[in-house]
Design a protein around this ligand. Structure first.
Ligand code: ADP
Length: 719
């Protein structure tokens, strides 16, 4: 009987497998039609040729949506030199995952199945199998892989995508790859892809690397000789058409090729507001309904906003108003899209809208170039972006809402015209558009560099060589020095300025060096509060677990409802109390969240991050596998937690002045407690804060009260 059942089950499985295979093949065939329409499709041969023989660097520029990310790895994977895996980096998790899924579909495979040749690897989530040949991964993950072996022997090619975004990580990857290919330490091809890159700058960057290596290896004689003759003939036999006298450059160009793909772009009619708007959320709301009530279907709307908070408040407003639409008007489906959104929710933007419904996607900058959502005909652009800014004089990094650059505005506008003529509504004046900065300043020139330097050193670059690291744009000496001081303070460098064991551990943790340091401190036996600290850090890793309240009457209700969660020590312990109460709620966590004006979505994220962080700490032997979740709130544990926070955030501290204001301990700047803090309006002798916000004045957000003597101790390096 048992055998018969097993046979039946296995027959059923085979049947299921066969069915899946058929579905996959059908999908593949349908998608092939679409692939053939992509602008990149006719360039396949050229792309393959560009990397044949000793050509090992390709720079490719093509508009968003032209097919770079999905097609290039498929073109290259069958090349004779491509025996191992192809890595393709993405600045964001959502892009890595959705691209992997798309390419698996195009290849007729099921993502996650053992036979699948496509996989992805993002922080806290991977889908890699024995047959993976194309691996989409975030930039951070590739840098993590370099920790294991900086020569990346597992890859035949590394494709660096979305280079125009110029994240710090992409700049670091380019620096490492330049060193790798020019020293020929790795038999690997490098493809650099971008929607708007400055090809000349990138070509020069790689040429400089090749030239430096040749000269340092003493093999520059031939090149110098030819150069001195100023001839255009080639003595290596490989360099072609030298129209310039600078033979050296052209000889290297032989290893570098460039490829330009002209994108598909329909006309986009663009309108501006006549007067500057005070409230872009309200203006966006009006514009959405103006479009919705006037323009026929199909045609989805993509709205660019600044962050999770503006996305969520506009979503609430749109849903509220959409409820009042009459039967004859199509329905509205709002879909948020921001980096911290759980994956499943992010993937929903790709689903087709239901019948008689218009999709309204409320996105942050993530939709600018990173992902292409089909079906968009209308773009609403608030003209702002939230970005990191490091203020050297304060030594603090903060997220600021800033006007976008002109090139961002053009990218956003372009999203409306990928499939048909579209419209773009800029919620700023034409004059403001003309006054925008031409391109966005690369992140490396405006962020705290301690994480970047930690990344570089952990991959084997000694401190003294940081000065020669090939940065595409070199940060100022002052910010490099400040970052090194910070690393010294965190203990990542020892007294003789060597990279320390603590430094190595910090580099392994998927957190900023400051938060990482808090974790390491909490793992010490004398502190013994790692479970609790992990909970707090998980909360700090999402934008905001408390919902923003806009009306006065709701504010009072929210305050009342949250009172049981508030802790007089400050926001960090309040977060801990909240995650604990949420975890203890067994019956209906969504209802609990609503009752306490807490974001259920953010809490789901927190729980997920907590799980991952615990696993990472277990792996690093910081946490016992069977350790219970953070639950202690006795006085000793509370003091230990605050001291751990101080160890990481020693420079984010301020003391109370006789006039009632707070001044930072480092830099002596006035800083106010943010109105959202539970300590708002309270006077305590000293504070530590995990975030610095600058709007019209400097604010400390995420604040806890600490003893002044503790701050003195940690700043004096006594711990
Ligand atoms: P590029 O890298 O040049 O921006 P992509 O290769 O990412 O272009 O996208 C090519 C096309 O594939 C897009 O225009 C889009 O229609 C489609 N596409 C990409 N990813 C997805 C996805 N996850 N779901 C549906 N369609 C997708």
């Amino acid at each position: 009987l048992h055998e018969g059942l097993a046979q039946k089950l296995s027959a059923g499985k085979n049947e299921q497998g066969r069915h899946k295979g058929v579905v996959n093949e059908q999908k593949k065939a349908a998608l092939l039609k679409l692939r053939k329409e992509l602008p990149i499709w006719n360039h396949e041969r050229l792309i393959r040729q560009s990397l044949s023989g000793n050509k090992d660097i390709m720079l490719m520029v093509g508009e968003t949506g032209s097919g770079k990310s999905t097609q290039v790895p498929q073109f290259l994977m069958t090349e004779p030199w491509c025996k191992r895996c192809i890595a393709i980096t993405q600045p964001r998790r959502v892009a890595a995952i959705s691209l992997a899924r798309r390419v698996a579909d195009e290849m007729g495979m099921t993502l996650g199945a053992p036979a699948c040749q496509v996989g992805y690897s993002v922080r806290f989530d991977t889908s890699i199998g024995p047959n993976t040949r194309i691996k989409f991964l975030t930039e951070g993950m590739l840098l993590q892989e370099m920790l294991r072996d900086p020569t990346l022997p597992q890859y035949s090619a590394v494709i660096v995508d979305e280079v125009h975004e110029r994240s710090v990580n992409v700049d670091l990857i380019l620096g490492f790859l330049r060193n790798l290919v020019s020293s020929k330490r790795a038999a690997m091809k490098v493809v650099v892809m971008s929607a708007t890159a400055d090809v000349e700058g990138l070509t020069k960057f790689f040429q400089d690397g090749l030239r430096e290596k040749t000269i340092s290896n003493g093999t520059d004689r031939k090149a110098t000789k030819v150069h001195s003759q100023g001839t255009s003939s080639s003595s290596t036999g490989s360099a072609k058409a030298h129209h310039t006298k600078d033979y050296t450059v052209d000889a290297f160009s032989d290893r570098i090729s460039t490829c330009l793909i002209k994108g598909r772009q329909f006309d986009v009619k663009t309108t501006y507001v006549h007067e500057p708007t005070q409230d872009f959320v309200e203006e966006a709301l009006k514009t959405i309904f103006r479009i919705h009530c006037k323009e026929p279907l199909p045609g989805d709307i993509l709205v660019f906003l600044t962050g999770q908070e503006t996305v969520e408040s506009l979503q609430r407003l749109v849903n509220e108003y959409a409820g009042g639409l009459d039967e004859k008007t199509p329905k509205i489906l709002t879909l948020p899209l921001f980096a911290a959104l759980p994956q499943i929710a992010q993937q929903r933007v790709f689903d087709k809208a239901p019948h008689f419904t218009r999709k309204v996607i409320l996105a942050t900058n993530i939709a600018e170039t990173s992902i292409t959502v089909p079906g968009i005909r209308y773009v609403i652009d608030c003209g702002k972006v939230k970005m990191k800014h490091f203020r050297n004089n304060l030594g603090l990094e903060s997220l600021l809402v800033k006007p976008i650059s002109m090139s961002s505005a053009i990218q956003r506008q372009g999203r409306a015209g990928r499939e048909a003529p579209g419209q773009c509504f800029r919620l700023y004046t034409e004059r403001s558009f003309q006054e925008l900065q031409k391109v966005t300043t690369p992140e490396i020139l405006r962020c705290d560099l301690s994480q970047a330097l930690l990344t570089i050193m952990a991959r084997g670059v000694p401190v003294q060589d940081i000065i020669t690291f090939p940065f595409l744009d070199r940060p100022s000496d002052e910010s490099l020095k400040q970052a090194l001081t910070q690393l010294l303070q965190l203990g990542a460098l020892n007294e003789s300025a060597h990279f320390s064991h603590t430094g190595k551990q910090l580099a392994r943790l998927p957190l900023s060096p400051t938060l990482g340091r808090v974790i390491l401190e909490a793992a010490k036996p004398e502190r013994d509060c790692l479970s609790e600290i992990i909970d707090i850090i998980a909360c700090l890793s999402v934008e905001n677990i408390f919902l923003n309240i806009h009306t006065e009457e709701k504010k009072e209700a929210a305050e009342e409802a949250r009172r049981s969660l508030f802790r007089r020590e400050g926001d960090h312990l309040t977060l801990l109390a909240t995650i604990r109460a949420y975890s203890e709620e067994q019956s209906d966590r969504r209802a609990w969240s609503d009752r306490h004006f807490v974001s259920h979505r953010a809490m789901q994220n927190v729980i997920d991050i907590r799980k991952q962080l615990r696993a990472q700490c277990v792996q690093m032997k910081l946490l016992d596998r069977n350790a219970t979740e953070g639950s202690r709130m006795d006085e000793d544990t509370k003091a230990a937690m605050l001291q751990c926070l101080l160890r990481g955030f020693a420079t984010n501290t301020a003391r109370l002045m006789p006039d009632g204001s707070y001044k930072t301990m480092v830099g002596n700047q006035v800083v106010a407690i943010h109105p959202t803090s539970v300590l708002f309006g309270r006077k305590v002798e000293a504070i530590v804060f995990s975030e610095f916000v600058f709007t019209n004045r400097s604010y400390a957000r995420g604040v806890s009260a600490v003893q002044l003597s503790w701050v003195g101790d940690v700043l004096a390096g006594a711990t």
